[in-house]
Design a protein around this ligand. Structure first.
Ligand SMILES: Nc1ncnc2c1ncn2[C@@H]1O[C@H](COP(=O)(O)OP(=O)(O)OP(=O)(O)O)[C@@H](O)[C@H]1O
Ligand SMILES: [Mg+2]
Length: 336
């Protein structure tokens, strides 16, 4: 474990970590690389396979805040659902899913850009959101796109879905870039045409997500994709897709009514806890506040709802999401 990660975890109030999967341990695979949400190992002689355990860690404002019991398997299984639903648009990194929290994935070199597609101007507190730039900063040219005056929070974008790329910062915050800048960053590294291909895939993916989700009562207000290039040079969809961490999910049934009344849509994503953190004065600096049990439960429900609505399935409660069950499943799969 990196000492940096250790320091991050050490700074979190103990009460915030009760009950959820904080970290995975598979000493047989060597030390893990720990992202904000996933613990990662590469295996195989040539390190072409990536073992990713989605933990229950919740990050907000680029800090680890707490664990949300069940979140890890929701993210991993919902991604698996969307990878399945979109495989004819673009191939993805999935090799196998030996446990609800685990994916074996093809290792890729990731494109240095996050592909964010937005269909709506979600009222959001994140500084990379169109809403923040439009309403709070008063800008009308955003991500190189012109916006009309008089737009309402949460309305559908008049020009249709847009791509708002950001840098994929290793540390610190993702930053707004224009289409041209993103193209330069991607194509200078991977060759001409890669940007256009990933961009076209992003719109295709968003449209598929919107169509499938609408038939199940949800709206993807916006969503983020990551792409990579595998050893054979194929463009792959990687990371996660269509989870409440990477998408803003809204309830379709009440959307119009609430929009008319100036109310925010019923939403199932991180915005709930971001708002709560802001209300107690936390926006990423200083000590992480203690999260009341009631808030943890509400966030857990918010994550479970889109899983159930989209997949039509109940979340499996077996096998358990403990470090031992996870390690056993990974090692069993590897020995096959
Ligand atoms: N198939 C893949 N090949 C290479 N990298 C991948 C692949 N799938 C996902 N990743 C990367 O693995 C990491 C997943 O970890 P996690 O979601 O915890 O990270 P994060 O919090 O989003 O960001 P960070 O890595 O900066 O902590 C991301 O950096 C993602 O880009
Ligand atoms: Mg991530």
């Amino acid at each position: 474990m990196t000492s940096e990660h250790e320091a991050k975890i050490g700074a979190i109030p103990q009460e915030n970590l009760a009950g959820g999967l904080l970290e995975a341990y598979i000493p047989e695979l060597g030390p893990a690389t720990r992202g904000k949400v996933r613990d990662i190992w590469t295996v195989d002689g040539d390190n072409q396979t990536r073992v990713m355990v989605t933990t229950d860690r919740l990050s907000a404002f680029d800090r680890i805040i707490c664990t949300i019991p069940g979140k890890g398997k929701i993210l991993n299984l919902l991604s698996a659902f969307w990878f399945d639903q979109t495989r004819n648009i673009i191939p993805n990194h999935v090799i196998g899913i030996p446990h609800p929290n685990v994916v074996f994935a093809r290792q890729a070199q990731s494109l240095p850009v996050e592909f964010v597609v937005r269909g709506y101007m979600a009222r959001a507190t994140t500084t990379t959101s169109v809403f923040y730039k439009y309403e709070t900063l008063g800008k009308r040219e955003i991500y190189g796109i012109n916006f009309p005056d008089g737009m309402k929070p949460n309305q559908v974008l008049p020009m249709g879905p847009i791509l708002t790329p950001t840098t994929k910062a290793d540390t610190g915050h993702d930053e707004e870039i224009t289409d041209e800048q993103a193209q330069e960053m991607v194509d200078s590294k991977f060759g001409d045409g890669v940007w256009e291909k990933a961009k076209a895939a992003s719109f295709g993916l968003y449209e598929r997500m919107r169509k499938v989700a609408l038939s199940r009562g949800l709206i993807p207000a916006d969503t983020k994709f990551e792409f990579g290039i595998d050893r054979e040079g194929n463009l792959l969809l990687i990371d996660e897709i269509g989870t409440p961490d990477s998408s803003r999910w809204w309830l379709a049934e009440t959307y119009e009514e609430r929009l008319k009344n100036g109310e925010d849509p019923e939403n199932y994503d991180k915005e709930l806890i971001r708002k709560w953190l802001k209300s107690v004065g936390f926006t990423g600096d200083g000590p992480v506040p203690g999260i009341p049990k009631d808030m943890i439960d509400r966030v857990a429900r918010a994550y479970a709802i889109p899983y159930r609505m989209l997949t039509g399935l109940e979340l499996p409660d077996y096998p358990p999401s403990g470090p031992k069950a996870i390690s056993d499943a990974v090692l069993r799969y590897l020995s096959k």
